[in-house]
Design a protein. Structure first.
Lengths: 289, 217
């Protein structure tokens, strides 16, 4: 009877878990963008509400995934070391802070909401980092990648639901470029390990290439939109909206792959083969005496 | 201070899977869930081929990553080193499964049986409904150990206080005991043989030792 010895694709976290990283990441990024818009005096309430809804949707999807949903409040029991507990605590603070920011529209309230949204995003990144059984997640570079991806998705969504102003497109471009840098660093880090070959194969799949193409196209369109803002302002916003959709959609696709398809367990490895025939009788007696 | 560990002598293991069957029988794990597995590893190319059978399962680490990530504190560590799961606290988030470098944990969403929805008499006698929807893993047969110790028995020496997989091993490959007892079987085995622990670089300090040759390190 043979047992699997190589990496195994994890099957416990499916699209519902990926939905938490997609909804939560995009939502948190959108809350940050909404707060920036509020500080700049631009309309922000719709983006803020949608951002909070994204976080709520993501957490709801996780609730649907866990084995004992009616014990969900137990998630708050281990703040000392568990990033999942910390994520829950930050989320429970984010919603009232977001509501207060929407009602008060004060710089302090919106800044607090943005800070908590950033904290939520950081917790999500650390959740993956602490998953030491999954080489593709435990990479140190996963933290900046999840942070940058969340901000790129959120700022992309802001171009869709807010106003695709030059400033907003500029922010989205910065976030998208940060994601590009983080992705390259993550891939390089992954390639430097001996354990991530199956994950790298997933990232070379047509689906992953499609998601990456959308992200790169988003960057190109954002640059075009900024150029068009000077030459042909009437098309700049349209380009910004298209870029935003690609930035968000590309991020979602890659996150879905990262959680559900590229997550392989660590293979068994033994540093020494047994020297058969050398087992001494003394050991036998000892173990059975 | 007591620290229970398991030792697998890779020179002795013949890959018979009796330990796997004994664990499954004793703990009533559902289909697809095996707390004690024996991997069949092959390496090299013909004619220089090596084959080794490697018993695996929860390593009862001194620094368990599963305990660190568990959001509900369901995963705990006893003073004797055994890592446990409180089935009444666990929310079934599977985060501990992702954190375990040894792929030692399982979760099934609902109780199911080998032959459809109706349990066999043996399954009906052993099914544990409280383990559905929560993470499960090898416990080192902690209840058995505790019951044995309460009767004055010595785990690893007295079968009634020893994990089922160790009792069932036909080749004497598996041993169990208190590593801090210098006169105990485990300490003596480790002192007289060369051993390694899986993924030592993780810093998890596993409580599962693999003997591969005689002589000291």
């Amino acid at each position: 009877m043979s047992q699997p010895i190589a990496s195994r694709r994890q099957s416990y976290w499916d699209l519902r878990a990926a939905g938490n990283f997609i909804g939560g990441g995009s939502g948190a990024g959108l809350v940050v963008m909404a707060a920036l818009a509020a500080l700049a005096g631009a309309p922000f309430r719709l983006a803020l509400a949608l951002g909070l809804a994204g976080v709520l949707l993501g957490l709801s999807l996780v609730w649907l995934e866990i084995g004992k949903p009616w014990r969900a409040l137990n998630v708050f029991f281990h703040p000392r070391t568990s990033w999942m507990t910390r994520e829950g605590i930050v989320a429970s603070l984010l919603f009232p802070a977001g509501l207060a920011a929407s009602l008060m529209a004060s710089p302090a309230a919106t800044s607090l909401a943005a800070l908590l949204a950033g904290g939520f995003l950081y917790c999500q990144a650390r959740i993956l980092r602490a998953a030491r059984g999954i080489p593709a997640w435990r990479q140190a570079e996963i933290v900046p990648l999840i942070l940058a991806t969340g901000l790129a998705e959120g700022s992309g969504l802001y171009l869709l639901v807010g106003t695709a102003t030059t400033a907003a497109i500029g922010c989205a471009l910065l976030a998208a470029l940060a994601r590009e840098a983080a992705w390259r660093a993550y891939r390089a880090g992954l390639a430097g390990t001996q354990l991530a070959a199956p994950s790298l194969a997933v990232f070379d799949s047509p689906a992953a290439r499609g998601a990456r193409a959308a992200q790169v196209a988003a960057v190109a369109l954002m640059v075009l939109a900024l150029v068009a803002a000077r030459l042909a302002p009437e098309v700049s916003a349209s380009l910004g909206v298209a870029a935003g959709a690609l930035a968000a959609g590309g991020g979602w696709g890659l996150k879905a792959l990262l959680i559900t398809r590229a997550a392989f367990t660590r293979p068994v490895a033994i540093p020494a083969m047994p020297m058969r025939g050398s087992s001494d009788a003394r050991a036998w007696r000892t173990s059975r005496s | 201070m007591t620290r229970y560990v398991m030792v697998a002598d890779l020179r002795r293991c013949v890959g018979c899977q009796t330990c796997t069957a004994a664990c499954k029988e004793g703990n009533g794990t559902p289909p697809g869930v095996q707390w004690r597995r024996v991997l069949d590893l092959e390496s090299g190319t013909y004619p220089n081929v090596h084959r080794v059978f490697v018993p695996v399962g929860c390593q009862h680490c001194a620094n368990p990553p599963c305990l660190e990530v568990c959001p509900s504190t369901a995963t705990r560590q006893r003073p004797d080193g055994i890592v446990t799961i409180d089935y009444d606290l666990c929310i079934g988030c599977s985060y501990c499964i992702m954190a375990c470098p040894y792929d030692a944990r399982s979760l099934v969403d609902r109780t199911h049986y080998a032959f459809g929805d109706t349990p066999t008499p043996a399954e009906a006698a052993r099914v544990h409904h409280q383990t559905s929807g929560v993470a499960t893993k090898c416990t080192f047969c902690a209840k058995r150990i505790d019951a044995g110790v309460a009767r004055g028995l010595v785990p690893g020496t007295d079968p009634e206080a020893t994990p089922l997989c160790v009792n069932s091993c036909i080749s004497g490959a598996l041993s169990f005991g208190d590593i801090d007892d210098p006169a105990g079987p485990v300490a003596e085995l480790l002192a007289e043989n060369q051993w390694f622990r899986m993924h030592e670089s993780e810093g998890t300090e596993p409580g599962f030792y693999y003997i591969w040759d005689k002589g000291t390190l």
